[in-house]
Design a protein around this ligand. Structure first.
Ligand code: GDP
Length: 297
């Protein structure tokens, strides 16, 4: 289960405070040392942990004494609020263009879930807005990627513009956008290539696609199982492409929390959606407060 270790650790720490009348400075310091350990073990970025712990400690030691809560409840409340803040405070909607089509470009490392998420997003737009999206198959390096997108297109009854794997993806995107214009599609979702790690040639290609398509949304798809590495990779993509949002995938697995808790803080970019399964309807809007509640168990 996602966040299992972190939830258990935090609950144990907080339960040690239960029954205490008033927390001494030493109590708070001790608890925050444990919280720090729990976050680091969940693979949260070191600087993120440091700032988080400092903020919570200062608030817990500060003046805000609420009569209605026990000291341990107060600490839990502060941690809850700060976790929510760390993940962006509020849900951030998908960017939308004033004129159709809204262009969404999916980027990320190979295997992160780009193609699957492209499908989930189209499915979501279809069901929530009755949208008429078009996919553009821009991942010409992974032989199965075009086929995978076509299969998803068939399942969802969403057209796929592809030119196989022999042409330059920038040309494919240019031609695909023309088709979208002719057919008055309201969304275009561009699937792009990934690599096993950040690679200059790939970034150059993605930038050429970006310059051509002027996407309203560049969604970085991050595998939450990779922990804080996901945040580092997101930062790399953001530096090169100025991403507009993040989709965190595989939150149905036993991810520890490092990606969810680091990525917003490291990149400054909002997590917009979370993937919670392999099926095409398993994409949800990301709500920082609900995620914080889930982490706190
Ligand atoms: P791409 O290389 O980035 O296009 O990645 P794919 O879309 O091909 O996904 C890689 C693998 O991750 C596939 O087996 C997907 O079914 C799986 N996957 C993607 N998103 C999720 C998710 O949210 N949960 C789970 N459990 N698997 C996912």
């Amino acid at each position: 289960m996602a966040f299992e270790g972190l939830s258990e650790r935090l609950n144990k720490v907080f339960s040690s405070l239960r029954g205490k009348g008033k927390l001494s400075e030493e109590d708070v310091r001790k608890v925050m040392r444990e919280v720090r350990m729990a976050l680091l073990e969940a693979d949260v970025n070191f600087d993120v942990v440091k700032t988080f712990v400092k903020t919570v400690r200062e608030r817990a030691l500060g003046a805000e004494v609420m009569e209605s809560l026990t000291p341990s409840q107060q600490v839990v409340k502060i941690v809850d609020e700060e976790l929510t803040k760390l993940m962006g405070q509020e849900a951030v909607p998908l960017n939308k263009s004033k004129h159709i089509p809204t262009i969404i470009m999916m980027v990320g490392l190979q295997g992160a879930g780009k193609t699957t998420t492209a499908g989930k997003l189209a499915n979501r737009l279809k069901t929530t807005e009755k949208a008429r999206p078009l996919f553009i198959a821009g991942d010409v390096y992974r032989p199965a990627a075009v086929e995978q997108l076509k299969t998803i297109g068939q399942q969802l009854d969403v057209p796929v513009y592809d030119e196989g794997t022999d042409n330059d993806p920038v040309d494919i995107v240019r031609n695909g956008l023309k088709v979208a214009e002719e057919n008055k599609n309201d969304y275009v979702i561009i699937d792009t290539a990934g690599r096993l790690e950040i690679d200059e040639q790939l970034m150059e290609e993605l930038n050429r696609i970006k310059d051509l398509a002027h996407p309203d949304e560049i969604l970085f798809v991050a595998d939450s199982m990779t922990g804080q590495v996901a945040a580092k990779v997101a930062q790399g993509f953001d530096e090169q492409l100025d991403i507009t949002g993040v989709v965190l995938t595989k939150l149905d697995g036993d991810t520890r929390g490092g990606a969810a808790l680091s990525i917003r803080s490291v990149t400054g970019k909002p997590i917009k959606f979370i993937g919670q399964g392999e099926k095409l309807d398993q994409l949800d809007v990301f709500h920082p407060d609900r995620m914080a509640n889930r982490i706190l168990g």
